[in-house]
Ligand binder design. Sequence first.
Ligand code: TXA
Ligand code: MG
Length: 309
Amino acid sequence: MDEAVTDDIRRAVDVLRAGRLVAFPTETVYGLGADASNPRALHRLFAVKGRPSDHPVIVHVARAAQLDDLGRDVPDVAHTLAEAFWPGPLTLVVRRRNDRVAAEATGGRDTVGIRVPDHPVARALLDAFGDGIAAPSANRFGRVSPTTAQHVRDDLDGDVDVILDGGACTVGVESTIVDVTGAEPVVLRVGAIDEEQLAQLVGKPLVRRTAGEVAAPGTLESHYAPEARVELVRVDELDARAGCLRAAGLAVGVLDAPDDVGEYARGLYRDLRELDRHRVDVILAVAPADTEGIGAAVADRLRRAAAAH
Ligand code: TXA
Ligand code: MG
C-alpha cells in the first residue's frame, strides 16, 4: 500500500476515534462506518442514514478471531462458517457482548451481525482501527446502495467526514446474512455466498427467513429503491411493455441483463442509479431465473425495488 493511502487510513482512524463518520469500500457495497462502541457516533450514523434507530447495523472487524471478542456463546457452526468464508461477503448474527458492542449499533437487540470484509482498503482501515466498525450501506435509508465512492458523494456529501475511494465494488450486492443464534442456522438475506457450500458445511440445507422480518430492514419488502418505478418483466414481454409505456408518454429505461449473473450483480446498483440520472419514469428489468447464490440475490433486490412504488 502506498504512502498516500496509508495517510488516508491514518486520518480515517483519527476521524472514527473522534466519533465521526468514514465511508469505505468493501467487496459488496460501500459502508458508512462509525466506532461500534461509541453511542454518540452511532446516533450520528443513524441520523445521516435516515434510519430508524431500532434497525441493527453490521459490525465489521479485521479478523475472524474477533468474532469471540464481540460475540458471546458463539456456536461451533459460526466458527466453521467464518473459517470458510472470511474474509468475504458473509455476515454472521451471533449473541452480542454488551461491553464491546453498543446497544445503539443493534437497535437494542441481544444479537449482533459481524463481518470480515474482503477489500484491501476495508482491511487496512479495520486493521489500523483495531476495534469494530459499525457500517450500514452508505446510502440513505431504503434507497440504492453505493458501489463507487462517487455514489457515496452523490448521496451523502457533506454529511460524511471521510470517503475512502477503493474503486468499484467487485461483488455489487450486500452480504449474505446467516443467523446462528437459534437451534439451526437461518439465512436472513441472500447474497454472493454459495448456498450449496453453506449446506455442505452445516450438514444440511439452510432455511431461509428472508421475508416479513421487521427486525431486518434489508429484508423489508420495499427497499433498494431507485427514484423511478421498477417493473419486473419476462424477457419476451420486454419490447411490448416498453412500447406500451412509451405510448402512454412515459420515459422508459431498460436494465440491461447480462447473461453472467456475477456481472449483473456488479453493475446492478450502478445501472439503477444511471437510469435515475436520466430521469426515466419506469425501469423495466428482467430478473435472473436463479433460485440460489448471486443470481437469487439480484432477483431478490429487484423484487424489493419493484415493491417500493
Ligand atoms: O454487504 C453488506 O452487508 C454491507 C457492507 C457495507 O458490509 N452492509 C449492509 O448493511 O448491507 P445494511 O445496514 O445496509 O444492512 C444490514 C442488514 C440489515 O438488513 C439488518 O437488519 C441486518 O443486516 N442485521 C444486522 N444486524 C442484525 C441482527 N443483529 N439481527 C438481524 N439482522 C441484522
Ligand atoms: Mg442497506
